[in-house]
Design a protein around this ligand. Structure first.
Ligand code: LMR
Length: 404
């Protein structure tokens, strides 16, 4: 029965992690997967996470099933984190109403949230097409192909491939039809690090509302752009103007809870009844795919966000991660410029979050790996958070060498 099954190529990101692990070179550098690394090159457990785990261990616990939509109370905290105090004050309810209406369910990471949103777009909301930026996280294409939405691309980068061409982006959405889904990276675009400014988000909001498109905000990097509140601007601005949307958020990066698989799907709706109805459909899709979400990661997030002191410790810790990446960006630009004085690498300072779209071609990325043991994605994406004072000089010299 299995004889005719074709071999699938390794995953564009996780395949490289496997290769990296097997690479015997001592000075190898992993700039591939989007995981934060500290100065020592490790991915630490955040202090606030360790503290929350201690409290959880001391409390009488249970490993019984969670409700389909997750830990009671967690969903209200997530709604508040994404939508803010005004649109969604902290609540214990998965369905909430203020000037806007919303419902949240816990999911295993942002990936499951994106998939649940895709299932609902196809099954309940009648979308046939989803638009995504013509460079996007490789898994976006897999997720939405799996739910059989037709994938169309909107232009994103300028001719040099290092900054935004907003005019081109808007014109390529000209042919989008009412009801089409529109996938948006809320902040810290993956793989390019190139984001829209506030004025551009407003223009895009007007286009979405005029054309009656349906946005899915992928929100995997809240806190890695400017800060947790400002990074949510595109969503809050859109919802304040009456927009309905899905928001798929992840705590992999901003809580460092990669392996715990914790995130959420939030639907912002135009009425309380629709919020109730869409939550019932979210629960149907979840029950049919993974039944109910895992406990541990969400219990940590729930503990931290629900406690004023722990929450403010988290905000401070996250800010120090963000600041470290910004410093690495400017050090990277300084070093590359000192090696290639006539090059212009200032764009790396303007890109945000973990990633930089370095302008490396597929062949150059391949050479970096084979000749120098430096792992970047074939698309040319590098994870700036993988740099540190011991490897940055070698990385910049190697990049300059392969780019010659
Ligand atoms: C990445 O883009 O490297 C991360 O989001 C990890 C992943 O799941 O691909």
């Amino acid at each position: 029965m299995f004889e005719t099954t074709p071999l699938n190529p390794p995953d564009a990101i996780f395949g490289l992690i496997e290769e990296f692990k097997k690479d015997p070179r001592k000075d190898k550098v992993n700039l591939s997967v989007g995981v934060y690394q500290d100065e020592a090159g490790t991915t630490p457990i955040m202090k606030c996470v360790g503290n929350a785990e201690k409290v959880l261990l001391e409390q009488a616990g249970s490993k019984s099933y969670l409700p389909i939509d997750g830990i009671p109370g967690y969903n209200g905290l997530i709604g508040n984190l994404i939508l803010g105090d005004e649109l969604c004050p902290v609540s214990t309810q998965p369905v909430r109403s203020t000037s806007i209406h919303s419902a949240t369910a816990q999911t295993p990471g942002g990936t499951a949230a994106l998939r649940v949103a895709g299932d609902l777009m196809k099954q309940n909301l009648g979308s046939k097409t989803i638009w995504m930026s013509n460079l996007t996280w490789a898994n976006h294409t897999q997720i939405y192909s799996a739910v059989e939405l037709e994938i169309k691309n909107y232009d994103y980068l300028d001719d040099r491939g290092t900054g935004l061409d907003f005019g081109k982006m808007m014109s390529s959405l000209d042919s989008a039809q009412p009801g089409d889904a529109l996938l948006l990276h809320t902040v810290c675009h993956n793989p390019t690090g190139v984001d829209l400014g506030r004025e551009q988000w407003q223009q895009l909001t007007e286009l979405i509302l005029d054309k009656a498109l349906f946005p899915i905000f992928d929100f995997a990097y809240q806190g890695f752009g400017d800060d947790i509140e400002s990074d949510a601007f595109p969503i809050r601005n859109f919802c304040t103007q009456g927009g309905e949307a899905f928001i798929c958020n992840s705590f992999s990066k901003n809580f460092g809870l990669y392996a715990e698989r914790v995130g959420g799907i939030t639907a912002v709706t135009s009425s309380a009844d629709s919020a109730k109805a869409i939550l019932s459909q979210i629960k149907r899709v979840i029950r049919a795919s993974y039944s109910n979400p895992p406990l541990h990661g969400a219990a940590i997030v729930n503990k931290v966000l629900g406690d004023q002191t722990m929450r403010s410790d988290w905000v401070t810790e996250l800010a120090s991660m963000r600041d470290r990446i910004k410093q690495l960006r400017s050090e990277f630009v300084r070093l590359v410029n000192s090696i290639i004085p006539d090059g212009d690498y200032e764009y790396v300072n303007h890109q945000r979050g973990m990633f930089s779209y370095s302008g490396l071609s597929r062949d150059q990325a391949e050479r970096l790996k084979s000749e120098y043991g430096i792992y970047a994605l074939r698309s040319g994406r590098i994870n700036i958070a993988g740099l540190n004072s011991s490897n940055i000089k070698r990385v910049c010299t190697a990049i300059a060498e392969v780019m010659k």
